[in-house]
Structure formats: C-alpha cells, structure tokens
Design a protein around this ligand. Structure first.
Ligand SMILES: *[C@@H]1O[C@H](CO)[C@@H](O)[C@H](O)[C@H]1NC(C)=O
Ligand SMILES: *[C@@H]1O[C@H](CO)[C@@H](O)[C@H](O)[C@H]1NC(C)=O
Ligand SMILES: *[C@@H]1O[C@H](CO)[C@@H](O)[C@H](O)[C@H]1NC(C)=O
Ligand SMILES: *[C@@H]1O[C@H](CO)[C@@H](O)[C@H](O)[C@H]1NC(C)=O
Ligand SMILES: *[C@@H]1O[C@H](CO)[C@@H](O)[C@H](O)[C@H]1NC(C)=O
Ligand SMILES: *[C@@H]1O[C@H](CO)[C@@H](O)[C@H](O)[C@H]1NC(C)=O
Ligand SMILES: *[C@@H]1O[C@H](CO)[C@@H](O)[C@H](O)[C@H]1NC(C)=O
Ligand SMILES: *[C@@H]1O[C@H](CO)[C@@H](O)[C@H](O)[C@H]1NC(C)=O
Ligand SMILES: *[C@@H]1O[C@H](CO)[C@@H](O)[C@H](O)[C@H]1NC(C)=O
Ligand SMILES: *[C@@H]1O[C@H](CO)[C@@H](O)[C@H](O)[C@H]1NC(C)=O
Ligand SMILES: *[C@@H]1O[C@H](CO)[C@@H](O)[C@H](O)[C@H]1NC(C)=O
Ligand SMILES: *[C@@H]1O[C@H](CO)[C@@H](O)[C@H](O)[C@H]1NC(C)=O
Length: 752
C-alpha cells in the first residue's frame, strides 16, 4: 500500500483515538510536571515546558499519553531514554544545548511522527536514530553546526520533510541522501555548499520542493537534477552564480517545474531558449538580479504559460519595448518595482497585457503615471506607492473602474482633488498611508461606496475623520476596517471620534496615536466595532476605560505596549463577546490583579488562551521555522525581597507536587506567578466555574483541572459525540485509502 496513505490512516487513528479520551468518555486529567503548563489542544494532551531553564527532561512526571512535548528554549544537553510506554507524537526541543542525537535516546518511541531539534549545538546524528518510530515524517534540524557527514546522513524510509538549513554543511557526499528517498520537501538553505555535484540528489526521486537559498552556490552541475522528475518548486535565491553553469541544460531536466525563485542570486544568464523545456512554468522570480545587459523581452516572450513574473529591482535599463510581453499574455501578476522606469515606455510595453490583474510599480521613480490605465479591463490590484508623484497625474487613474486595491502610500502626495476617486466605485481597499494629508477635501471618499478598508496610517492627521469626507446621510455598509495608526491624534474630552457614516466599522486601528485617553462617547456612532487596536499608546493604570462600554460586540482588544501595571476584568464587563485580550509589553506588576484576570479567562470565559501569551496556540504547535513565543510576564517591584517561599494551594489552580518553591527571578510568567502566588480566587469566578463547565469542553486549550472538578453529563455527552465523530472520520479515512489504492492499481494496469 502506498506509504503516504498508510501514514494518513495512522495519523487519523492517532489523532482521533487520542489516549486522553478514556472509554467512558471522560477527558482524563493527565500528569503535568511542576515547571510546565499543560492543557488539551482539541483532544490532545500538550505539555508545554518551554522557556523554563530546564537542564533535563522531567521524565518522572510526564503523562504517558503526552501528544506534544514542548521543551523549546531550555538548557537540556542530554536525552535519557523515555519511559517505555510513552505515546508521544511530537517532540519539540528547539533552542536547547544538545550536541548529539543518539539512537538510545529515542528507543521505544513507536508513535513519534515529528521532531524538532533546531537551534541546538548538534554536531553528530546517528543515521538510525529513529529506527523505532515506524511512521516518522518530519525532522527539523536547522541551525545546528553539523560535522561533515560520510555516507548516508539518515536512514528513515518514511521521512517526507527534512529541514537542514543553516547546518554548516559544506559538501554533500554522493550517498548523503541514500536512505531517505521518500523525501518530498528538502530545505538545504544557508549552508555554504558553493557547488552542486552531479550525484548528490540522485536518490531523491520523490522530491517536489527543494530549497537552496543562500548557499553561496556558484555553479550547478549540468546533471544535478537528473532524477528530480517530480520537482515542482525550486528555490535558489541569495546565491552567487558565476557564468559557468549551463542553465539551459540544468532547467531542461525539470520538465514539471512550476515555480522557480532566483531572487538576488547574481543570476545573469537570460537567453531566448532558456525555459524551452519548462512548459509548466507558472511563477518566475528574477527579482534583485542585475539584468541591465538584457532585453528581458527575449526570454519572457516565449513563456506563454507564465502567470506571475517578478522583475523587481533588476536594474532594467534596456527600455521595455512593445514586444516585451507580446507573447506572454497569460501574465496576471507583474512586479516591476524598484526599476527606474519611464511612463512613456510603460505605455507601450504594458499594452498587450490587457488581462493583467496585479501590477506593482512601486519605487520606480515615476514622477508621472503612464496614460495606459484605461486599457486594463480587469486590473484589480495596483501598487504605485513610493514614487515621487506629482499630485496632478493622479487623475490618470480615474478610469480604473474595476480596481479593487489601490496603494498610493508614500508618494509625496499632499493634495488629493475631491474627484480623485470618484469613478473608482469598485475599490475595496485604499491605501494612502505615508502622505502628508492633514487637509482632506470634503467629498473625497464619497463615491467609494464599496470600500471595505481604508488605510491612513502616518498621514500626519491630527483629527480623526470628518463627516464631510463622506456622503451625507449615507451608511458605508462595506466599510469595516479603518487604519489610523501613527497619526498624532488630538482627541477632545467628549464627543464621538468617527462620524455616523462609518457605523458599520468593525476593525479600528489607533495604534501609536499618542493617546493617553479616549472620551467615554468616543464610539457613539461606531458601536459595531469588534476589533480595537490601541497598541503603542500611553494608557496608564489606573485608566478610565468607560469608552469600552459602548462596544457590546467587541471581540479583540489590543492594549499591547502601553504603560499598564494592572487591568481588572470589570473594565470589560460590558464586552461579553471578548475572545482575545492582547496585553503583552506592559509593565505588569506581580500582584493578585494578575491572578484575577487569569481566573476570569480560565473560569468565567473557560478559555485561558483569551489572554494572548498565556498559553501556546495552534500556530505555536504547527511545524514551522520559528517557534519562539512571547509570553505574558509580570515583575515583582523592588519592595519584595527575593527569594520568596510559597506554600499554598488555591482552589481551582493546579497544585505543586513539591510543596516548597523558591522564586529566584524578578520576572515571572503569569502562569507561574498565578500558581506560586497563593492569591485567593475571587468567589465570582469560583461560582462561574461551578455553573458553566460545558463551555470549557468546546474551547481550545482547555485546562482540564476544571472538567475534573465539575464532572457533568453535558460534558460527557459532548465528548461521547466527538468520539463517535472520530470513529466516523477514521472509517472515511480508511475507505479513502482503499479507494485510492484501487485507483492506483488501475493506473498501474493501464501503464502496463
Ligand atoms: C533562567 O535563568 C536566567 C539566568 O539565571 C534568568 O535570568 C531567567 O530569569 C530564568 N528564567 C526563568 C523562566 O526562570
Ligand atoms: C559566502 O560568500 C560570501 C561572498 O563571496 C563570503 O563573504 C562568505 O564568507 C561566504 N560564506 C561562507 C560560509 O563561505
Ligand atoms: C544596478 O546598477 C547599479 C549601477 O550600475 C549598481 O550599483 C547596482 O548594484 C545594480 N543593482 C543590482 C541589483 O545589481
Ligand atoms: C509570438 O509567437 C508567435 C508564434 O509562436 C511568433 O511567430 C511571434 O514571432 C512571437 N512574437 C514575438 C514578439 O516574439
Ligand atoms: C460619483 O459617481 C457618479 C457616477 O459614477 C458620478 O456621476 C458622480 O459625479 C460621482 N460623484 C462625485 C462626487 O464625484
Ligand atoms: C469638519 O470639517 C468642517 C470644515 O471642513 C469643520 O467646520 C468641522 O468643524 C469639522 N468637524 C469636525 C468634527 O472636525
Ligand atoms: C439628511 O437627513 C436629515 C434628517 O433626516 C435631513 O433633514 C437632511 O435634509 C438630509 N440631508 C441630505 C443631504 O439628504
Ligand atoms: C503627544 O502628546 C503629548 C501630550 O499628551 C504632547 O505633548 C506631544 O507633543 C504629542 N506628540 C506628538 C508627536 O504630537
Ligand atoms: C451594526 O450592524 C448592523 C448590521 O450588521 C446594523 O443593522 C446596525 O445598525 C449597526 N449598528 C450601528 C450602531 O450602526
Ligand atoms: C507610566 O505609568 C507610571 C505610573 O503607573 C508613570 O509614573 C509613568 O510616568 C508612566 N510612563 C509613561 C511613559 O507614561
Ligand atoms: C507546607 O505545606 C505542607 C502541607 O500543607 C506542610 O506539611 C508543610 O509543613 C508546609 N511547609 C511550610 C514551610 O510551611
Ligand atoms: C523583566 O521583563 C521586562 C519586560 O517585561 C524586561 O525589560 C526586563 O529586562 C526583565 N527583567 C529580567 C530580570 O528578566
């Protein structure tokens, strides 16, 4: 059976029959080491011990059912064998002090699928390190100083994804990839490889994505990609190619290639026949190469299937001729930013591209605009930002009745005629940021009746928008987003901030607006706001947050990077829909108000992840490049002498196993502070916990202590339902596998 489908089935089984779900349908509380923060993510037990100065893995207190074990950002240098029955699927050990991956450390991990050891000091990896993990798929080893490898690097027949970028690899021996031939994605970026020899990639016949960005490559052997029949994406940006490489032959092997990225790689070899064998080429990125000697038209005009072409910052000097895009008329997206272009050349060169949908001409030194916009019948996105435009030429844009996105940011504009946008009635997103537009003319936005988003960041505005900019007595029903960040607003003590026409506004960005307060009736006309961004202002504690009372639909409140030392749940008592409270970057004091907010999220809202930075989110769990996360921290003020010994167990909070704790740091994460502090939970929240436990089950990142304290039939019913659902999904998965195999078999018959 095809391995991939087997793995899918395995994964489905794994995800749905999570050991967290015991037979009677109760979600069992699992073990959790003292230093860690544990919770269910969906129905999987996540043990988050990241960023805790651990020097060894807390083996004794681990649940055998741990699904994700997150040990990122610790000081661990050795891994002892894990307990034999552990069912761990994913092990995250980024940014530790490992120096070697030894086979004995990972024996018995039969369920392991993914592992991340990026950012350690690993020099040696035993090729058989994951021999016990029959379904192992993803390995991340980026940012380690690997020693030179002789022979095969790894022996993992199921491996699909390998990231060994920035691992000091200088040469790839001919057998390096011998025993990982199922690999589909390989990232070799940021290794000083210099040259790619003929044989290195020979075993990798399944490869679909190969990344070799920033590898100091100077040459690639003609036959380097002889075996890569399936390669669809090749990234070679940030290299130093000299003229020796015979690109015509290199590319001729890659007949299925769809995406090619040669950004900033000293690529300097354009011929008319370069891509003759690459009939499926859809995306070509040549940005940031000096193509001043070439008439790009010679190459481009043969790329009849090209959809996206990026020629930004290419020093295009040969004037774009009328032939340039004559035969590449499928181009939908064209990026020409950062070349010095002339309106007159653009006028002729762009004329065949009548189907163009996206055009970027930012930073092209344009003082005037080509009078060609009336030819684009379906242009949807136009970026002419960062050009020293003369106010007078803006009127050439007027015919763009199909335009949906227009970026004229940072274009030296100081005056916009009231009729500038009068015909652009399709515009949905308009960006005018970075122009000194303190005096906006009455009626300017009147005809933009389909506008959804208006960006006026850094426009030197001293007053929020005036009602006269819009039609009188008209509600802009689509206008849901307004950005006014970075304007030094002067707000009066009373009165609405925004006019009645914007009553459908949902997202308002007032970050970095030099605000110290907002009047209580600030949102009198705009009560539908769901997202309010007040980051980077000067809100102090205590503050008058009465303006929040007019926002019953508020879901997201961003108060990051202000000057708050405390924030009480009662400030948001009129905002029952709140689901994200962003508070990172304030000088929080370690005091019981922190515990109050924690209990509010945890017990009343039933979802701790409402407090952004309190716990890991889905995106932190996904395999990717950067896993660092920002946490909510508070600091003890100078009056408290450290260390403090805590010995208290508060109801509703996870108790410590060891009763005595010594605090030795002046900054604590909120999670740890709340556990250590011994602050009494407010009776209000304890009551909420007893009466509202159903909500906890459906929320992500649930703290299961609660379910245990308040077992009830509703919760069990929901969990039973999800178990049935899980069985269904698995059955469907298996059927899918069977069908797929039939189809494959039929295919094989046909081919024979
Ligand atoms: C980890 O140790 C360092 C240095 O001793 C200290 O500054 C830091 O606060 C500690 N971090 C935690 C989370 O305990
Ligand atoms: C890569 O090449 C650049 C420029 O040639 C050089 O400065 C750099 O040291 C090289 N890096 C390595 C790791 O060889
Ligand atoms: C473009 O040309 C200028 C002068 O000829 C040169 O300084 C610059 O590095 C070139 N840009 C690129 C991306 O090669
Ligand atoms: C466009 O393609 C046609 C047919 O392939 C060819 O005859 C013509 O010369 C091409 N035009 C340009 C400008 O290259
Ligand atoms: C708005 O558009 C209509 C038709 O598209 C036009 O007649 C009218 O003059 C425009 N209004 C303004 C204020 O430009
Ligand atoms: C709006 O602008 C008009 C003049 O253009 C001015 O008289 C009025 O006071 C302004 N309204 C507000 C709320 O700033
Ligand atoms: C706006 O509405 C008010 C009250 O309904 C009315 O008196 C006024 O004439 C209207 N203005 C316009 C321009 O329609
Ligand atoms: C910000 O507000 C303060 C008073 O609150 C004022 O003194 C200062 O000039 C303002 N900054 C700017 C850039 O307007
Ligand atoms: C909020 O939006 C709804 C439609 O989504 C609309 O009916 C209502 O009038 C709006 N509320 C305000 C205060 O404008
Ligand atoms: C921050 O708030 C404190 C009082 O909590 C105050 O003393 C300090 O001046 C404020 N700092 C700024 C930059 O507003
Ligand atoms: C801490 O609490 C435990 C259990 O309540 C008790 O046995 C122990 O004596 C206490 N220790 C201190 C230092 O108070
Ligand atoms: C405590 O956190 C603040 C920011 O939240 C940071 O500026 C400070 O350096 C931290 N102190 C310690 C001892 O880690």
């Amino acid at each position: 059976m095809d391995l991939r489908w087997f793995l899918l089935a395995l994964f489905l089984l794994g995800c749905c029959f999570s050991p967290g779900l015991s037979f009677n349908g109760e979600m069992a509380e699992q073990e959790c080491p003292d230093e860690c923060d544990c919770h269910y993510f969906r129905i999987n037990w996540v043990t988050d011990c990241s960023d805790s100065n651990l020097t060894e893995i807390p083996y004794d207190e681990l649940s055998m059912n741990v699904y994700v074990l997150d040990l990122n950002d610790n000081l661990i240098s050795e891994i002892e064998p894990f307990p034999p029955d552990i069912k761990m699927r994913r092990l995250q050990m980024a940014d530790n002090r490992m120096t070697e991956l030894k086979k004995e450390s990972f024996t018995g991990l039969h369920y392991l699928i993914d592992a991340d050891f990026s950012g350690n000091a690993i020099t040696k990896v035993d090729p058989h390190v994951f021999d016990d993990s029959a379904g192992f798929i993803t390995l991340e080893l980026q940012n380690n100083p690997l020693d030179p490898v002789e022979g095969p690097f790894l022996s993992i027949s199921t491996l699909h994804y390998l990231d060994i970028s920035n691992c000091s690899i200088e040469t790839l021996n001919d057998h390096f990839f011998d025993n990982i031939s199922a690999l589909e994605t390989l990232d070799l970026s940021e290794n000083p490889l210099k040259v790619i020899n003929t044989r290195s990639f020979e075993p990798l016949t399944s490869l679909e994505t190969l990344k070799m960005n920033h590898c100091n490559l100077t040459t690639i052997s003609e036959d380097a990609f002889l075996a890569q029949h399936n390669l669809k994406t090749l990234e070679l940006s940030g290299n130093y190619f000299v003229r020796e490489t015979n690109w015509e032959i290199v590319f001729s092997k890659l007949t299925l290639l769809e995406n090619l990225d040669l950004r900033n790689s000293h690529f300097n070899h354009l011929t008319a026949t370069l891509f003759d064998q690459n009939h499926y080429l859809r995306t070509l990125i040549l940005a940031e190469n000096d193509l001043s000697e070439y008439d790009v038209g010679d190459t481009v005009k043969n790329l009849a299937n090209l959809e996206t072409l990026d020629l930004s910052y290419c020093n295009l000097t040969v004037p774009l001729s009328e032939d340039t895009f004559a035969n590449a008329t499928k181009i939908r997206s064209l990026y020409l930013s950062g070349n010095t272009l002339f309106a007159s050349d653009l006028l002729v060169a762009l004329s065949p591209l009548t189907n163009l949908q996206k055009l970027s001409l930012s930073k092209c030194g344009l003082r005037r605009l080509p009078d060609t916009f009336h030819k684009f019948k379906s242009l949807q996105e136009l970026d002419i930002s960062h050009n020293p435009l003369n106010d007078a030429f803006v009127k050439l844009l007027a015919p763009l009745a199909t335009l949906e996105y227009l970026n004229m940011g940072y274009s030296n504009l100081s005056y916009l005629a009231p009729t500038s946008f009068s015909k652009m009635t399709s515009i949905r997103r308009l960006v005018l940021s970075g122009n000194d537009l303190n005096n906006l003319e009455a009626g300017l936005f009147g005809n933009l009746t389909h506008l959804e988003s208006l960006e006026l960041n850094f426009c030197g505005l001293r007053r929020p928008l005036n009602a006269t900019l819009f039609f009188n007595n008209f509600t802009y029903t689509d206008l849901t987003e307004l950005q006014l960040a970075g304007n030094p607003l002067r707000v009066s003590k009373t009165g609405p901030l925004l006019p009645k026409q914007l009553s459908r506004l949902q997202t308002l960005d007032l970050s970095n607006c030099n605000l110290t307060f907002l009047p209580p009736d600030a949102f009198f006309w705009t009560r539908n706001i769901t997202t309010l961004v007040l980051a980077g202002n000067h809100f102090n504690s205590p503050n008058d947050f009465h303006f929040l009372e007019l926002l019953p639909k508020l879901e997201v409140l961003d108060l990051t990077y202000n000057n708050l030392t405390s924030f009480a749940p009662k400030e948001i008592e009129f905002n029952p829909q709140i689901s994200r409270l962003k508070l990172i970057g304030n000088p929080w004091k370690c005091q019981c108000s922190v515990a109050d907010l924690w209990d509010w999220a945890h017990m009343e809202k039933g979802d701790l992840s409402i407090l952004e930075g309190s716990t890991i989110r889905a995106s932190d769990v996904t395999v990717g490049k950067l896993k660092r996360k920002r946490l909510l921290v508070c600091n003890y003020d100078g009056r408290v002498s450290l260390p403090i010994i805590m010995n208290k167990t508060a109801p509703g909070r996870k108790p410590f196993k060891q009763q005595q704790r010594t605090i030795s740091a002046s900054n604590r994460t909120w999670a740890k502070y709340v556990r250590e502090s011994g602050c009494e939970p407010s009776p209000v929240f304890l009551h909420a916990r007893a009466t509202r436990s159903v909500g906890y089950i459906s929320a992500e990142g649930v703290h299961m202590k609660l379910a245990q304290h308040a077992p009830n039939t509703w919760a069990s019913a929901i969990i039973n339902a999800s178990a049935i659902y899980a069985v269904l999904i698995t059955v469907i998965g298996v059927l899918f596998v069977v069908t797929k195999n039939r189809i494959n078999a039929r295919h094989a018959d046909k081919n024979n």
